[in-house]
Design a protein around this ligand. Structure first.
Ligand code: SF4
Ligand code: SF4
Length: 448
């Protein structure tokens, strides 16, 4: 295999064997469903329903509230109970539409009907993707219609499908590639229609040889789609790492991929595009991996967006033992959870339950200047110096050290023998710099 990759990064224990053979199983929710209005990058959606309203499955219940925003569609039929703040995966209370599921799944008119994308204009396809509420489902949550319509769309020559799935434990994209390859390729063809001068490259880590083989066979007759096997290395699925591996081009934090002629979409997003455009089905479900040694039956489930993490965990047989750590997303870039009573969002790729929390078991000690963090950083940063700056609120130095280029991948923290909480410091440093920039901008606006 001709493997491509990026500089530095780390090799992690994959732990994918726990769930990778588990075929996707659909789970139907019961009871209350919670749809936060902000589950994407950009402005929170604007609610279109009020308490007491009756809604159908697939109905838009909140509309995009600006150019960078996303619609939200109900995954069930039932009655709106409330529009009120609810606890979300971020640990914050956010405004949400709460619907009591009637269990009937009564769809909106036209739901599921086949549609020929080739008869649709570019604007019509983008409008369907926007109304379907599709966002990047790999974790970022950037509205997909916006990503697919950069100003220089005619100069985009690469549509890169992020099929690396480089975080340990996660297997949902792998299962989608094996079980729904035609939907994936269909979604890619729809997106290629929006990027007329692009060719698509599906980047898959070589720890998924069955997916590489199947998709290579499936697209062998299509000159515009190919598969690129990638070295299994973390964070191969990082947008900048993937662009570099596939095209040899580099971007930094201030550039959009389109500036380098690339648009990157992940596997689940491509499948969602196919469902919306070719099957008149908005984004109302997603496939999640439920895994870890604290889960009774690690598996891959297709769940309704809005269902509680607790119901999803119960569908996987519930917790096993007394897990020290619950995570939404992967162990490297995911969010630690202190409760399962929060709703599944469009970006919720997984729930992990781990019996032992490695962070709690290894308290932080002083830096021994070994340089391992530097050798691991895919952005070629100097984490030990950045941490000193961030921890002393010296944001000028943090910026001079290119701290804003940090992608928060966690490689430095993972290799540090002193168990320094480096990534945590960089999240704080980046958030502080962004806050200071906003304040300076507001001040400049006041003066003008
Ligand atoms: S890996 Fe840890 S101990 Fe080594 S230089 Fe970096 S911060 Fe210091
Ligand atoms: S978290 Fe940031 S500093 Fe650490 S390895 Fe990743 S990109 Fe580099």
């Amino acid at each position: 295999m001709n493997l491509k990759t990026f500089m530095r990064g780390i090799h992690l224990r994959e732990e994918k064997e726990l769930a990778e053979k588990s075929a996707i199983r659909r789970v139907f929710p019961e009871g209350e469903m919670v749809f936060p209005l902000s589950q994407h990058i950009g402005a929170p959606a604007r609610p279109l329903v009020a308490p007491g309203d009756q809604v159908r499955m697939g109905q838009m219940i909140a509309e995009p509230a600006g150019p960078i925003s996303a619609a939200i569609c109900s995954s069930v039929s039932g009655k709106v109970k409330a529009v009120e703040p609810r606890l979300t995966v971020s640990g914050e209370y956010k405004e949400a539409v709460v619907i009591e599921n009637d269990g009937l799944y009564t769809p909106v008119d036209g739901f599921g009907e086949p549609r020929d994308y080739q008869s649709l204009s570019r604007e019509a396809i983008l409008s369907i993707i926007r109304d379907a509420g599709i966002v990047g489902m790999g974790g970022a949550g950037f509205p997909t219609a916006v990503k697919l319509s950069p100003e220089n769309f005619e100069q985009v020559d690469f549509l890169i499908i992020n099929a690396a799935e480089c975080e340990p434990y996660l297997t949902s994209d792998h299962r989608l590639m094996l079980e729904r390859p035609d939907e994936l390729l269909g979604g890619i063809r729809v997106m290629l229609r929006l990027l007329p001068n692009a060719r698509a490259v599906i980047g898959i880590e070589d720890n998924k040889p069955d997916a590489v083989k199947l998709l290579s066979e499936k697209c062998s007759g299509d000159p515009k789609i190919s598969v690129q096997p990638l070295k299994t290395k973390y964070p191969q699925g990082g947008e900048r790492m993937l662009i570099h591996a596939v095209t040899g081009r580099d971007i930094n934090a201030s550039m959009l991929p389109a500036a380098a002629g690339c648009v990157v979409q992940n596997v689940a997003t491509a499948v969602a595009v196919y469902n919306a455009v070719c099957r008149s089905t908005p984004l109302i479900t997603r496939v999640m991996t439920i895994s870890g040694d604290g889960v009774s039956t690690p598996c891959n489930l297709e769940v309704s967006i809005g269902v509680s993490h607790r119901q999803v965990m119960e569908a996987a047989g519930g917790l096993k033992g007394d897990p020290e750590k619950l995570i939404s997303g992967g162990p490297m870039m995911g969010t630690a959870l202190y409760t399962l009573d929060i709703p599944v969002q469009k970006t919720s790729a997984s729930i992990l339950a781990l019996l032992h929390d490695p962070v709690a078991a290894n308290p932080s000690t002083p830096c021994i200047h070994c340089g391992r963090c530097v050798a691991a950083c895919p952005e070629r940063l100097v984490p030990q110096m950045m941490q000193v700056a961030a921890d002393h609120d010296d944001f000028e130095t943090f910026e001079k050290l290119h701290g804003m280029e940090c992608i928060e991948c966690g490689c430095c923290t993972a290799v540090c023998p002193a168990h320094r909480t480096l990534t945590q410091s960089f999240k704080y440093g980046k958030a502080s710099v962004n806050r200071l920039r906003r304040e300076a901008k507001a001040k400049a606006g006041e003066k003008a």
